[in-house]
Design a protein around this ligand. Structure first.
Ligand SMILES: [Zn+2]
Length: 270
């Protein structure tokens, strides 16, 4: 295999590998969206559980209040029945006070009970709202999970196809160079093989020594940029100049055309 053939292979491999690494990065990102949703869901469930416990505690407290109110009612009724048996004014006054006091106590308890029952009702409404939100979120998580499954499957397919292409290119290439090449592409966002342009590495734009540039031009082996580790290849100056000339020619053409347009028909008369 000539150096030119090796470079051609590496350049095609570069396209495949950078696409492959991009897909791998995307596949790593995919489950992160789900992680956020799952976390939110578990926070919602935790809060729901705490509220349920508060609701139950409140329920027990209300039950106690109700029993106390009933007890106060019995006490008051007991005093009222004793009214029939009193004989003196003094006894009457004492009993009347007991009836009033127990009546007030009963009233207070009934007021508390009413207030607490209202709070309990509000808690129940909130809990029901939470239940709706949780089941919606659960639905979302499930949808997300199946979306992820599909996305991962599709990307896995793409990856397989790229790996197949990769295998058709790699035979005959030095394994150590391949290993380095893959690592460079992974860390340098896609570019692992770049040309030297006017004595400068076109990957990192560092000026290379004349000796080094000459070695690359000789093409005896693979040369790595001493600054960015990319594989460097020599791009014949005439190609560069030719390309520049072509570019310049295209620009000139465009200029001539636009000038001609601006001048209109004047040129033809002369
Ligand atoms: Zn470089």
């Amino acid at each position: 295999m000539t150096m030119e053939e090796v470079f051609t292979k590496l350049r095609s491999l570069q396209e495949i590998l950078s696409e492959k690494f991009e897909i791998e990065r995307e596949m790593e990102e995919i489950p992160k969206i789900l992680a956020t949703r799952t976390e939110l869901l578990s926070r919602m469930k935790k809060s729901y559980l705490e509220k349920t416990q508060e609701y139950e505690t409140k329920g027990r407290y209300i039950e106690e209040l109700r029993n106390k109110a009933l007890e106060a009612e019995r006490v008051r009724e007991g005093f009222e029945q004793q009214m029939d048996m009193i004989q003196t004014q003094r006894e009457y006054e004492a009993l009347d006070k007991e009836i009033k006091d127990s009546g007030e106590k009963e009233q207070d308890l009934r007021r508390d009970l009413q207030r607490e029952e209202q709070l309990l009702g509000e808690m129940k409404v909130n809990l029901e709202k939470d239940e709706t939100m949780i089941s919606k979120q659960e639905e979302e998580v499930q949808k997300e999970q199946s979306r992820i499954k599909d996305a991962v499957a599709a990307k896995g397919k793409d990856l397989k196809a790229l790996e197949k292409k990769e295998k058709s290119i790699t035979p005959g290439l030095d394994e150590e160079i391949l290993f380095k090449f893959e690592r460079i592409i992974k860390s340098k966002a896609g570019l692992g093989i770049v040309p030297i342009e006017h004595g400068v590495c076109s990957g990192c734009h560092m000026i290379l020594s004349v000796q080094f540039v000459n070695d690359v031009r000789q093409g005896d082996g693979i040369m790595f940029c001493p600054y960015c580790s990319r594989i460097l290849f020599h791009q014949p100056e005439d190609t560069e100049e030719q390309m520049e000339e072509e570019e310049a020619a295209i620009e000139e053409d465009e200029e001539t055309e636009s000038e001609a347009e601006e001048e209109g028909g004047d040129g033809e008369e002369d």
